[in-house]
Write a protein that binds this ligand. Sequence first.
Ligand code: DQA
Length: 149
Amino acid sequence: MKVLVIHGPNLNLLGKREPQVYGSLSLREIDRRIRETAKSLQVEVEARQTNEEARIIEWIQEAADAFQAIVINPAGFTHTSVAIRDAIAAAGLPTVEVHLSNIHAREPFRQHSFIAPVAHGQISGFGAESYILGLRAAVALVSRLPEGS
Ligand code: DQA
């Protein structure tokens, strides 16, 4: 099983960016923990970050050929991107939406996610642990799906 982890815009700044909201771990350290978890779950993982919406859409479109699930933190695009939502719906891969902060406890504009209705579920508010929980959720989902679906 191979899981694609997508980090959206500004997440390359983690550690330096509003640490009171997003924590003090760098993206590099978060990716290290994701890889460690993947190893313990005996799955493969590939983590990518971009600040570009189009790139995220292309990665999702291509994912069906090489991955069995997606874990995505769409970051700011969560609240704006119908196009990323459409790409997830079209890909048909089990997708887990993750956020470091609890978006439901923040400004009203962050409380709406265009992604949530097409994701299998959402994990929000556990800091870097959200990715670990998201990866575990994705692996559990795929392991429970009947063959060929
Ligand atoms: C975020 C929450 C978003 O509202 C914000 O735009 C981000 C990060 C999170 O992980 O908490 O960039 O997705």
